[in-house]
Design a protein around this ligand. Structure first.
Ligand code: PBG
Length: 321
């Protein structure tokens, strides 16, 4: 005789709804957006575009209407604006700073405006830092540029800066720079555990990346779980206001580890490759697109994410309303 019957709690939609452990909220979703001099499509990410300054205002307003919680802005400079140092990353009139200002002008405080704090979109070699003659990406000199960039983003109106370059000590230095620049209210979302992942492939097309080589000397080895926790602990000690794990769906173990120890909110980034694979399979009719989108984001929240960055943020928010 069967006496224990977990199926009793699955009998009706009402019962299942009653006992559901997590539910994704639109307000915990963050939409990544690309801002460029000219608008255009990203062929490896159907449904995602690069926005020019007018377009980004419009896109931000429509994200607000959908109830999305935040925007993460990336700058895509023209090729002629790239140099080995990535100096447009912190120029007052750099594309990202103009994008942040345009978005803040359009949406005010109605949504949290975040900016990616990293040099790779702005450097000719595509690395996240300064490259020495021997090809090494130099940690400590790069930090100076990150501080300048974070301050420029804060001055342009970012509520949150998000250092994603995986240089050691970046959070502490940026905190110090923001505070001494008078931006002690600007929060830091630290890409704490960021892996050297093939899942960033489509993003590189989105930002027209010209990466030479790879990022394995600064991003983490996908084989390392414990190291994800170490990175998160360091960023927490350096004063991160939120910590992030990236990619998300294939790193749920790391995410759960970080969520278990973090006293600040934990974010996870469902990256371009996670998006593109589902879109490609759905286009062929091989998977149920909506169910996969909902399930994949639910799994990320279940694993411990308080905030989820996803290219589906706006569409998902619409379904959840
Ligand atoms: C670095 C950055 C990258 C992504 C977000 N921030 C690229 C990289 O580290 O190579 C990838 C995001 C995605 O794949 O969706 N500026």
């Amino acid at each position: 005789m069967v006496t224990v019957r977990p199926r009793r709690l699955r009998t009706t939609p009402a019962m299942r709804r009653l006992v559901r452990e997590v539910e994704v909220r639109p307000s915990q979703l963050v939409l990544p957006m690309f801002v460029a001099e000219q608008s255009g499509d990203v062929s490896s990410m159907p449904g995602v575009s690069r926005h020019d300054l007018d377009g980004v205002r419009f896109a931000a307003e429509s994200a607000v209407r959908a109830g999305v919680g935040g925007l993460m802005l990336f700058g895509v400079p023209d090729d002629e604006d790239k140099d080995p140092f990535g100096s447009q990353a912190w120029a007052e009139d750099g594309i990202l700073q103009r994008g942040i200002a345009a978005v803040r002008d359009a949406v005010g405080d109605e949504i949290v405006v975040m900016a990616d704090t990293c040099l790779d979109e702005f450097t000719t070699h595509g690395h996240c830092g300064f490259v020495l003659e021997d090809g090494k990406v130099d940690n400590d000199s790069t930090l100076t540029a990150y501080v300048e960039m974070a301050v420029a983003q804060a001055a342009a109106g970012a509520h949150v800066v998000a250092p994603s370059g995986m240089m050691d000590g970046q959070v502490a230095r940026i905190r110090e720079g923001l505070d001494s620049g008078g931006f002690d209210d600007v929060a830091i979302l630290a890409y704490a555990a960021k892996y050297a992942s093939a899942f960033y492939g489509p993003f590189r097309e989105a930002v027209d990346s010209t990466l030479q080589g790879d990022r394995k000397t600064y991003q983490q080895d996908p084989a390392n779980r414990r190291e994800g926790l170490r990175e998160a602990r360091l960023d927490l000690a350096e004063g991160a206001d939120l910590v992030m794990v990236k990619p998300a769906g294939y790193y749920l173990d790391v995410l759960a580890d970080v969520a278990a120890v973090s006293e600040v909110p934990v974010a996870a980034y469902q990256v371009s490759g996670e998006y593109a694979m589902v879109e490609a399979a759905a286009e062929r009719g091989w998977v149920d697109r909506r169910r996969i989108v909902e399930e994949s984001v639910t799994a990320i929240v279940r694993a411990g994410a308080d905030v989820v960055l996803t290219y589906w943020a706006q569409e998902l928010a619409g379904w959840l309303k």
